[in-house]
Ligand binder design. Structure first.
Ligand code: B12
Ligand code: SF4
Length: 634
């Protein structure tokens, strides 16, 4: 056990670790450079630094804050324990932003630390989600508490000080439950921030921050609404400016705004207006990637202000194109009749689109998934599509319902990474569902469709040199590395000893032999895929008619679409959805000859066409035509 020998020089060691999770062989998923800095870590790190600067523990016990992200840094528990011991045992380890898929790894990190007598506390979505939705703590959290690990549910903004004070006395409580009170994040003194040497461990000069939390919708698979609430809480424009300036000063100008739905951030306009001022008047070249819903184009000015505010990429929760699935998942706000309009609007301003697509809703079968993807490729002007397996994530209504009904869910939380099947499906076996996920990437990213995406982008004024790395990243992560693009990084690192608790230590011969072969195979594959994509880009660029490219997806929305496009005619649910929209539009007077008024809404938005229409194409303002972004995300 760690000795508590008070020394005059002792400093309180606050060590924050964002854990990774294990791959299928039980090794920690780690890279020389990971995708992007974690906002969860940035949020807690900044609060901790604030506490240190305020001398929370008094002038005699200064606080040293250290942060690490395990996706790009090896966590050495012995060194951490030694560091705390050298300070008379004064310190604690905070395991930060722990998702369900990271919880087993978080506990494996905590175990040796607890054995060395170090105080450990785990926070993040897994524990918050479980406390929000379950009547009783699940076994894995109880087991962690059994090791003496403390649990922090809820947000740290108003609770971290108490934790540090308790830890300084050596009296961390087993549970801190802040779920009932969602803090105001408007103008806090220490908004999310990570220093540059940290960001350098990720792919681009990109960092992340949340401009707001909460979402008004009620999707049954969503954890966010149950953890962060349905009411929009947001940072003030001053606070956002502070975050941007702090980062700009250290050379960071690209940001992933982590709000799950920035379009529903009640203050989006004031925030955008401030950013527009920074860009247009103060000359700050800041750029953003945001996440939005499929109705964002209906918010007056949202898309145009996004462009002026420097948004270059947008993630859209498309989720599915079968209305029956969307209704079953309580995702009623997703209307297939709006998808084309919304995507054409983003194309009009030259912003790259990524859509999330969930596989395994109740009406999905391997055949229907394949068929739906072909419709998307043909009829939706979308750039990147990323796939997820429908997962009852702890914290979601789906998880709660299955839990209460006693339906089987895989007890191994490491698999809750939305890439593994963890429960049953009425129409697919586990193998079929897994295969449907694996093959979906290949069905969407075919050579032919690469060319179509590139041609559509080129005709819409999107810079192909900016699109290419993203296209490469999203199409290659699964076939090359077997991980989701959001988890991929540059050059996989594996340590033989960093294996999941309970799994044997492999012989060096087997471990290093396989590792070397894997590296060689992946490097060859990456080079081949990159060269191949480059050839397609060059072919499009060399085509003198490429700017005039048109296809069904790029065609402006018209009344007739509902008669012939498969998106609207493929099944009963789609036809009913179109009919319903017609009735609604007729009632609200938003009609267009009574035929398919909902499909003609671009006119009501004041736009007469889409991005490849030369009359509307505002190339001067296309941010994507500026310097090539370095990150696959921003
Ligand atoms: C940005 C983001 C990412 C980014 C960066 C990660 C990050 N954490 O910043 C990227 C793209 C890398 C990512 C990847 C993934 N993500 Co993600 N991600 C998010 C997102 C949208 C925002 C995270 C965030 O910044 N939240 C705001 C922060 C401030 O909230 P927080 O993390 O809860 O932290 C607060 C409290 O929990 C508490 N707290 C947390 N830790 C600690 C520690 C201490 C000591 C204390 C006192 C308090 C404390 O205080 C914090 C500040 O208030 C969330 C959704 C969301 N709204 O949170 C999903 C979310 C966290 N992701 C999720 C998932 C599933 C994934 C992926 C598995 C998806 C995939 N297949 O790629 C991967 C896994 C990555 C990995 N394991 O390596 C799920 C997790 C659900 C669950 N039950 O586990 C979420 C909730 C979204 C969802 N679909 O429900 N993600
Ligand atoms: S729109 Fe997105 S963030 Fe909002 S409830 Fe649905 S899944 Fe959750």
């Amino acid at each position: 056990m760690l000795k508590r020998t008070p020394t005059t020089k002792a400093r309180f060691q606050l060590i924050l670790i964002k854990p990774s999770h294990y791959d299928n062989d039980g090794y920690v998923v780690q890279w020389i450079r990971s995708t992007m800095p974690s906002n969860s870590l940035a949020a807690v790190y900044s609060l901790a630094k604030g506490a240190a600067e305020r001398e929370l523990l008094g002038p005699d016990l200064p606080i040293d804050v250290m942060a690490m992200d395990e996706t790009n840094t090896r966590v050495k528990t012995k060194e951490i324990a030694r560091r705390i011991a050298e300070n008379g045992g004064r310190g604690m380890v905070g395991i930060v932003g722990v998702q369900s898929n990271e919880f087993p790894r978080a506990v494996d990190i905590a175990r040796p630390l607890r054995e060395a007598g170090v105080q450990v506390l785990i926070g993040g979505f897994h524990v918050s989600g479980c406390l929000a939705m379950l009547k009783e703590l699940p076994g894995d959290i109880k087991e962690a508490q059994g090791l003496g690990v403390s649990i922090y549910a809820g947000e740290a903004e108003e609770g971290l000080d108490e934790v540090i004070l308790d830890a300084a006395r050596g009296e961390l409580r087993p549970l801190y439950d802040h779920m009932k009170h969602l803090p105001d994040i408007g103008n806090i003194a220490s908004p999310p921030f990570l220093p540059n040497d940290f960001i350098e461990r990720t792919i681009g000069n990109v960092t992340s921050f949340d401009a707001g939390r909460g979402c008004p919708f009620q999707c049954s698979f969503c954890t966010i609404i149950n953890v962060q609430g349905r009411k929009s809480r947001y940072r003030t424009p001053d606070s956002v400016e502070q975050i941007l300036r702090m980062n700009y000063e250290q050379g960071i100008n690209r940001f992933f705004i982590t709000d799950d739905n920035f379009a529903r951030n009640k203050d989006w306009e004031a925030i955008f207006d401030r950013i527009i001022k920074l860009r247009e008047e103060d000359g700050m070249d800041v750029r953003f990637c945001i996440q939005v819903d499929t109705l964002c184009h209906k918010i007056p000015g949202f898309i145009d202000k996004s462009r002026r505010a420097g948004v270059t990429r947008v993630f859209i929760g498309l989720e599915n194109i079968n209305p029956a699935n969307l209704i079953a998942a309580k995702k009623r706000q997703n209307k297939i009749t709006e998808y084309r309009k919304m995507l054409l609007e983003w194309k009009r301003v030259g912003i790259i689109t990524y859509a999330g697509y969930i596989l395994g809703f109740e009406n999905d079968t391997p055949e229907s998934i394949r068929h739906d993807l072909e419709i998307i490729k043909k009829e939706l002007p979308l750039d990147m599509l990323e796939f997820f397996i429908l997962t009852p994530l702890p914290g979601s209504e789906d998880h709660k319902v299955l839990h209460e009904k006693g339906v089987w869910m895989d007890p191994d939380m490491n698999k809750y990474d939305v890439e593994h099947v963890v429960t049953g499906h009425s129409k697919m076996t586990e193998a079929e569902w897994t295969e449907a996920y694996r093959t979906a990437w290949g069905i969407y990213y075919t050579d032919e469709h690469f060319e179509t995406i590139i041609r559509r982008a080129y005709a819409s004024g999107i810079n192909l040199r900016s699109l290419m790395p993203v296209l490469f990243w999203f199409s290659s992560a699964v076939p090359v590395e077997g991980v989701h693009p959001l988890q991929w990084g540059i050059f996989r690192i594996k340590y033989r000893h960093d294996r999941r608790a309970g799994l044997p230590l492999e012989s060096p011969f087997v471990f290093y032999g396989r590792y070397a072969a894997d590296i060689a195979r992946k490097l060859a594959l990456v080079a081949k895929r990159w060269r191949h994509l480059k050839r397609i880009v060059r072919k499009v660029e060399a085509d003198p008619h490429a700017k005039l490219y048109k296809d069904e997806a790029l065609t402006p929305v018209a009344e007739e679409d509902s008669d012939h496009m498969e998106l609207y005619t493929q099944n009963e649910a789609a036809r009913t959805a179109v009919e319903r929209e017609r009735r609604v539009a007729a009632k609200t007077g938003n009609g267009n000859g009574g035929k398919a008024p909902a499909l003609a809404g671009l006119r009501t938005n004041g736009h007469q066409g889409n991005g490849h229409d030369a009359g509307l194409h505002d190339a001067e303002h296309h941010i994507n035509e500026q310097n090539e972004p370095a990150s696959p995300l921003v």
